[in-house]
Write a protein that binds this ligand. Structure first.
Ligand code: ZN
Length: 218
């Protein structure tokens, strides 16, 4: 990713503005819990979109900026935080190893110890076989658990985690400052492209509530 943070924020805003005219209110309803990306998000507040904006519209912007911030922090980690980077990679390798496909494991006793694949027809060879997927090479690559970390190593990693957090806060601050410079064009796009849909939905709701089944207030 190139360019300054400010430039990239501006590009993400452009991208979101291009997307907004195609937005339609979802027909699915009833999110059971608040969205952790959007609720109370300083990014949404800085964009001036915290109130009277449909969640899906907020979310589309918040996710774009979240990716931007994440990518920036990843880059910083790769360049400046070698210990943290190593921990993250080890963790990924462990997860990957846990996902390695072992078709011969966990089978019903009736099937254990049998050939994994029935014989192929001479004129119709398999594209792949379970036996190939279970090749020992695939599962040998289990990462050896490294030696336990010393107290000093743990402290050094914790210090790098703190630096990563500080960098994320710094980037987040710059993203918010830049976003607030785009408030006006974002707000007017919401007025133009999102509000008519919301008003139409509210009008529909009003008609439904106007039925004789609903007692009207005095
Ligand atoms: Zn959201």
């Amino acid at each position: 990713m190139g360019g300054s943070i400010e430039l990239r924020v501006s590009q993400q805003v452009d991208d979101w503005l291009n997307w907004l005219p195609r937005w339609r209110p979802g027909t699915h309803r009833g999110r059971s819990r608040l969205c952790r990306t959007c609720f109370g998000s300083p990014v949404i507040a800085a964009a001036g979109l915290a109130t009277d904006v449909p969640h899906a519209v907020q979310h589309a912007l918040a996710m774009r900026l979240k990716h931007l911030i994440d990518a920036e922090v990843d880059e910083f980690t790769e360049t400046h935080l070698p210990l943290l980077l190593r921990e993250i990679r080890l963790n990924e390798e462990r997860k990957q190893a846990a996902l390695t496909y072992r078709p011969a494991e966990g089978l019903d006793p009736a099937y254990t110890g049998l050939d994994l694949d029935p014989p192929a027809m001479p004129d119709a060879p398999y594209l792949f076989t379970f036996a190939e997927l279970a090749r020992p090479e695939a599962s040998v690559a289990l990462p050896v658990d490294p030696l336990p970390l010393t107290v000093e190593e743990k402290a050094a990693i914790r210090a790098e985690v703190t630096r990563a957090d500080e960098h994320a806060a710094l980037v987040g601050g710059r993203v918010c400052a830049e976003l607030s410079r785009h408030r006006e064009r974002m707000r007017s796009a919401v007025t133009e492209f999102a509000e008519p849909w919301v008003l139409a939905l509210l009008a529909d709701l009003d008609t439904a509530l106007d039925s004789p089944l609903w007692p009207r207030g005095p």
